[in-house]
Design a binder for this molecule. Structure first.
Ligand SMILES: [Zn+2]
Length: 368
């Protein structure tokens, strides 16, 4: 991993939050930028330590059983999505703190008190995760908060809502990932909407019943997850070229799951993947098919299965790229449709698709 080493740098407290309706991100100082890893992460077991709060002055105490179940579910998600890098992620212990007026305490204060329940456990660099659940009656202005970590650093999470997709999102920050954003528009009207790359755990937690969806190709590459290099077709812009690639769905474990196109001039990497609304993606918001376009900052955005194009961003972030058609911004593309986006040095046309494979023709422009 080429990501930051928490022990070697001032372990900046980067506060990150996901909120159902509004978004809050406070970055007090940031770790150094790092490029996608070229090495493969070594496997390691993680552990979660869960703390709930019993507070007689506010409603909505989260029970130890609920907190344990939701944490276990989110941890299992990461065991699966890390594709072998996290070998196990059990909930080691659950404790309850009795605090009257707990809503007045900051996350840092709660973490400090909670950590004392587990003497000798290091939550800063040993793949140990401390997850504190405040009563749902507290108002913190966020639904969850985490440290920015690295894959095996561990870290601390503060939850205000005990929802699996929100806990998975915050644990994703502990693992070193930033948000999944959305790009719409062309040229000077290009806009990035934070959290609205709704194809994985690092977007906004939509609704109450949705699963996070599979971790996407750009973030798998950033973390250096096992098997990614073998499952990725890599192209670059050193010469103009056209390639046809048959993709397996991004959540699967075999075949070609991603195409990476690296712009030799800008050093930016782009990824193509096939989201087929099955497997790990079956419970994701985009797979529900229940909704029409979503209005994101006054733009009409379509989320559904198809070919997804993303751009790797700094510090493990990702941006979903969309194509404008008929007054809407389409985040995915189907048979006969072409992905193109201003400033992006390739186009990708879906030649054909079945429920489980997609043939894509990629035309790369020279850019050196
Ligand atoms: Zn977040």
């Amino acid at each position: 991993m080429s990501v930051s080493r928490p022990g070697a740098l001032r372990r900046a407290l980067v506060l990150l939050a996901a909120w159902s309706a509004l978004t809050v991100v406070a970055v007090s100082s940031a770790p150094p930028a790092s490029a996608a890893s070229s090495s493969v992460a070594s496997p390691r077991a993680h552990r979660a330590y869960v703390v709930t709060i019993s507070d007689p002055r506010v409603s909505g105490d989260v029970s130890a059983a609920t907190a344990t179940r939701v944490t276990r579910s989110a941890a299992n998600y990461w065991t699966s999505e890390s594709r072998g890098a996290i070998t196990a992620f059990p909930v080691k212990s659950t404790r309850t703190m009795r605090i009257s007026g707990s809503c007045g305490l900051t996350a840092t204060q709660l973490w400090s008190r909670a950590a004392k329940r587990f003497p000798g456990v290091d939550f800063s660099k040993k793949a140990n995760h401390l997850v504190v659940y405040s009563p749902t009656g507290c108002r913190y202005g966020y639904s969850g908060l985490a440290n920015a970590g690295t894959l095996h650093s561990g870290g601390k999470v503060h939850m205000v809502y005990p929802r699996m997709n929100l806990v998975a999102h915050e644990l994703g920050h502990n693992l070193g990932l930033m948000h999944s954003n959305l790009r719409t528009g062309k040229g000077s009207s290009t806009r990035t909407s934070e959290y609205y790359g709704l194809y994985g755990p690092m977007g906004i937690g939509m609704g109450t019943g949705y699963a996070p969806g599979a971790l996407g190709a750009a973030q798998r590459a950033y973390l250096g997850l096992p098997g990614e290099a073998r499952a990725t077709v890599s192209l670059d812009t050193s010469k103009a070229q056209t390639r046809t690639v048959t993709l397996s769905p991004t959540h699967t474990r075999g075949g070609t799951r991603a195409v990476r196109i690296t712009d030799k001039r800008t050093k930016i990497s782009y990824y193509l993947e096939y989201r087929n609304a099955r497997g790990t993606d079956a419970g994701a918001y985009y797979a529900s098919g229940l909704f029409g376009p979503l209005t994101v900052q006054y733009r009409s955005v379509v989320y559904r299965s198809g070919l997804l194009a993303t751009q790797a961003k700094r510090r493990g972030g990702v941006e979903v790229l969309s194509t404008g058609r008929s007054g809407r911004w389409h985040t995915t593309h189907r048979t006969g449709q072409t992905f193109s986006s201003s400033g992006v040095p390739f186009t990708a046309t879906v030649v054909s698709q079945t429920a489980t494979t997609m043939k894509v023709r990629i035309s790369v422009k020279r850019s050196v």
